[in-house]
Design a protein around this ligand. Structure first.
Ligand code: B4P
Length: 327
């Protein structure tokens, strides 16, 4: 597998150039600005500036022509396929690495299972290993992160299992970097809780990861790290008596899970104004908020990103210890 992933950045760039030339990529130019909130948290607010000129994902001619249950990840478009039939080892499930047809940043890629698997299912051991092997290659060029929107409340729009990878904006330091940078790698257990910032209002569970590849890929380390964080999310869902939906966000330094209560935020800027709807996926909980018009940008600035994320997640549990009733 590692050899198939050699020169992945070059493969992505070549595939992207060809697909863009042939009109297979629906790229949406955007502008971004970094804001620091009153609580001292940093967010990158990205505004899609070209919505009137470019089709959106939902109403692009390509989507409209397709049947309602069209699955873009079964028999994917060869022009969008960077690596086909990727296998970790003999007998392991196979994956495709695809270009995102509707990227906001160039070279946004997806790791999809070759056969249908549900986006509501947790990441498996091989999903995690494949994801971190990909990240290793991407980071040879610039720092990237991976994310997985799991469940209806997570912001996912495709039902077929897919992990996404994007470049981190230059000069943006995710809040998880500060937390994870202060601790040695560990797996959460009943005596040691995952890291959680008390400066953010929503529940989130972070583990620093070992820098050594040997440690990361041995002894089911990634699976144990992931499942120790998923257990914290499950306790939240049980306590709030709700369906399972969460965001998984990871980079080479750490992995974070964020339990989700809702996928969209709905509000008015002022009484009598139209109701606005803002969908947030994993990127938002990393600090990267995508808005599709100026009114939504004004709403985020007025209400604050923290207040929006608080409503779409669950209350922060920093300082809470696990008890015998917790998963
Ligand atoms: P999902 O997990 O199902 O949903 P999503 O990332 O939230 O994207 P969504 O589709 O809801 O779009 P949104 O307007 O929120 O991912 C599905 C993925 O499959 C998406 O990446 C989608 O583009 C891709 N896809 C759909 N049809 C495809 C096809 N035929 N072939 C290949 N790929 C296909 O967001 C639009 C895009 O912006 C998304 O890619 C999203 O991940 C990204 N984004 C969100 N926030 C961002 C931010 N702050 N900065 C930069 N990009 C951001």
């Amino acid at each position: 597998m590692t050899s198939v992933l050699a020169n992945l950045n070059e493969k992505i760039a070549n595939c992207y150039e060809k697909a863009a030339q042939q009109g297979e990529i629906v790229f949406k130019p955007s502008t971004s600005e970094t804001i620091t909130t009153d609580q001292g948290n940093e967010f990158v607010l990205t505004l899609l500036t070209s919505l009137s000129a470019k089709p959106t994902q939902e109403n692009s001619p390509e989507q409209v022509q397709r049947p309602k249950d069209f699955n873009p990840f079964v028999n994917p478009d060869p022009l969008l396929t960077v690596v086909a039939d990727l296998k970790l080892e003999d007998g392991a499930p196979s994956y495709n690495i695809l270009l995102n047809k509707f990227p906001v940043t160039p070279n946004h890629i997806l790791l999809t299972t070759s056969e249908f698997q549900s986006q509501n299912a947790p990441l498996s051991a091989s999903d995690l290993t494949a994801s971190f092997r990909i990240l290793e290659q991407l980071d040879l060029k610039s720092r990237h992160f991976g994310f997985y929107n799991c469940g209806d409340s997570s912001g996912a729009s495709q039902a077929h299992k897919h992990v996404q990878f994007m470049e981190l904006p230059a000069n943006f330091v995710p809040f998880a970097d500060y937390l994870a940078g202060q601790e040695d790698p560990f797996i959460a257990n009943s005596r040691k809780e995952p890291l959680q910032s008390s400066k953010l209002p929503f529940a989130h569970f972070i583990l620093p990861l070992p820098a050594s590849k040997d440690a990361l890929y041995q002894d089911d380390y990634l699976t144990m790290a992931f499942s120790s964080l998923l257990a914290r999310c499950m306790t939240v869902f049980r306590e709030h008596d709700c369906d399972i939906g969460y965001n998984v966000i990871f980079c080479k330094k750490w992995i974070m899970l964020v339990p989700r209560s809702k996928s969209v935020y709905t509000a008015r800027i002022a009484e009598g104004e139209p109701e606005l709807t803002l969908g947030i996926n994993s990127c938002g909980f990393l600090g990267l908020i995508l808005v599709k018009n100026e009114a939504l940008k004004q709403l985020v600035l007025k209400v604050s990103p923290e207040a929006i994320l608080q409503e779409l997640g669950f209350p922060n549990t920093a300082g809470k210890k696990s008890d015998e009733y917790d998963y």
